[in-house]
Design a protein around this ligand. Structure first.
Ligand code: NAP
Length: 240
């Protein structure tokens, strides 16, 4: 809880791509942790349907239409958060696509690469830029970028080039923003592991809640213990 105009209010988090998968699990985890959560959904009706399926803590979740590739949608969403909730403390850049799974870098589908970068990198970047004023005003603003081990340069292999590049770029963005926002807003990348979602498939080892664990942890750690400019999996740093 934080004080606003003499009253105690909850911290506010926004999760992009909050209507399914890891995003929905992050919404639930953050709400259970006592935050007011804005479930960003590209399709508002999908967001409402997801909210109806949320058993726990659903009363502290609200849905906002949010397509991270659409600047007007981003602007409307953040303006609505500012107007109706009066603050934004945590931004989870979770929305993502995997459009060139298994495709070769030697013969890329560049249209798929561009479309992937549009969501996973430029979408997160544009949403973060629009969120910075309220995040700075929070006094303890946090950005959590949902990245992937497929973006680790130290582990880089072939295949899925658009997806890999998008996460390498997102990790670089984490470092740049953490440097520019030092002392104001923390910015970290998280690899959720291999998670059973539409993207991860049924064979993945982790549940969406397990995938969201480090995201929720970073968003709710005491301020003085919150790192910045790191890349984490299972609450521990991993190589870039
Ligand atoms: P998912 O089940 O496919 O869900 C993706 C979410 O992103 C959906 O809510 C989708 O919305 C949303 N989205 C896509 N394009 C969007 C746009 N333009 N604007 C707003 N939202 C958009 O995927 P997931 O497995 O939960 O993945 C979530 C994040 O974790 C991604 O960034 C992914 O790269 C990362 N990740 C996943 C795994 C894994 O094993 N699953 C591993 C490493 C990293 P719609 O429903 O409207 O399509």
């Amino acid at each position: 809880m934080v004080e606003r105009r003499g009253q105690l209010v909850s911290r506010v988090a926004l999760v992009s791509g909050g209507n399914r998968g890891i995003g929905l699990a992050a919404v639930e985890g953050l709400a259970r942790a006592g935050l007011t959560v804005v479930l960003g959904a590209r399709d508002f009706a999908d967001g409402q349907a997801a909210l109806e399926r949320l058993a726990a803590a659903a009363e502290s979740v609200r849905v906002a239409q949010l397509d991270v590739t659409d600047e007007a949608s981003i602007d409307r969403c953040i303006a609505e958060v500012e107007r109706e909730l009066g603050r934004l403390d945590v931004l989870v850049n979770n929305a993502g696509v995997l459009l060139d799974s298994g495709g070769p870098a030697t013969d890329p589908d560049l249209e798929a690469v561009r479309a992937t970068l549009d969501v996973n990198l430029f979408g997160a970047w544009a949403l973060t830029r629009r969120s910075l004023a309220p995040l700075r005003a929070s006094g303890d603003g946090r950005v959590v970028n949902v990245s992937s081990g497929m973006g680790q340069l130290t582990e880089m292999g072939g295949r899925s080039p658009g997806y890999r590049l998008s996460k390498v770029g997102l990790n670089a963005l984490t470092r740049m923003l953490a440097a520019e926002l030092a002392g104001e807003v923390s910015v970290n990348s998280v690899c959720p592991g291999w998670v059973r979602t539409d993207m991860g498939g049924a064979g993945a080892g982790r549940s969406p809640a397990e995938g969201a664990d480090t995201i929720v942890w970073l968003a709710t750690l005491p301020s003085r213990e919150t790192p910045t400019g790191t890349f984490l999996r299972d609450r521990k740093p991993i190589p870039w």
